[in-house]
Design a protein around this ligand. Structure first.
Ligand SMILES: [Zn+2]
Length: 279
């Protein structure tokens, strides 16, 4: 997708980032992926051997290249999470593949990058409790299923009630928003909820899925947020992480406004906000 190429260029062009701020992720080993995804599912993907129904759910034609790419993206989320433990924050310019379940992919998601990274941090005993804050317009249904019975990972999804997925899984906390939800309503709910979740769960790591498909201009999203509101959302989450000293990894998630400039601006705002807060 075009945005993954344009976003880093924009960030460097404007001086928000320098080339030294970037790292090139490497692919994950299979054992790390298998901690989340079923072995038969991984086999089928690697052999490009999904049946028609499974392929239709994913929504794009599979290729070895695409699968390799998603494995590298998930690697980027793990490697970013390790950097966040060191520096407070890390961003994946892609990722946010929250519709990938343990044993199947959906809606352009093959492997669930933040779920794989969360499990990795737990396995390595780097953290004890994780909070996943999913503010993409679509419910994090794969993530919810994956951590359904895992008490170390609290899944929080705020999403458009009438948006895909139509059958929603059960996150630890779901907040469904009405069509056209304004900045004010969205931010009020977020500000009321997130500090409570942090106080209750005492996470020592946060994964933030900061999709910009919450915008009014989004072709798929049904909410009514402005670019400024979306930036306030990011500012609120990242300031809270900083204040509370909780490391945070951000994956970009969705953004499907008709005008690519709007998508870029909203995603770039997340990076600008991170830079302002974390320096
Ligand atoms: Zn989305």
């Amino acid at each position: 997708m075009e945005k993954y190429d344009l976003l880093p260029r924009q960030l460097m062009h404007e001086g928000t980032c320098t080339p030294e701020d970037f790292f090139t992720p490497t692919a994950l080993d299979r054992a790390t992926i298998e901690r989340i995804h079923h072995s038969e599912y991984i086999d089928k993907l690697l052999a490009l051997d999904l049946d028609k129904k499974e392929a239709r759910k994913i929504g794009f034609p599979l290729s070895k290249q695409l699968i390799d790419r998603e494995i590298i993206i998930a690697g980027g989320t793990i490697q970013g999470a390790l950097k966040a433990l060191e520096h407070g924050i890390a961003m994946n310019i892609a990722g946010g593949t929250h519709h990938a379940f343990k044993a199947h992919g959906e809606a352009f998601c093959l492997f669930n990058d933040q779920a794989i990274a969360a499990q990795y941090l737990l396995d390595q005993e780097l953290v004890d409790t994780i909070l996943i804050v999913d503010l993409d317009v679509h419910q994090g249904n794969g993530t919810a299923e994956i951590f359904e019975s895992n008490s170390k990972v609290f899944t929080f999804s705020m999403h458009g009630e009438k948006n895909y997925p139509f059958h929603k899984e059960k996150s630890d906390l779901d907040i469904a928003l009405e069509d056209g939800c304004s900045d004010e309503v969205f931010l009020n709910i977020l500000e009321e909820t997130l500090p409570k979740l942090i106080a209750q769960n005492q996470p020592d790591f946060i994964f933030y899925l900061c999709g910009v498909d919450v915008l009014e201009t989004d072709k798929l999203g049904r909410l009514g947020m402005s670019i400024a509101g979306c930036k306030q959302r990011d500012t609120y989450v990242l300031e809270l992480c900083k204040k509370q000293g909780i490391p945070v990894q951000c994956s970009m998630g969705g953004g499907y406004s008709k005008d690519i400039k709007i998508i870029l601006e909203a995603h770039a705002n997340t990076f600008r906000t991170a830079k302002n807060i974390f320096g």
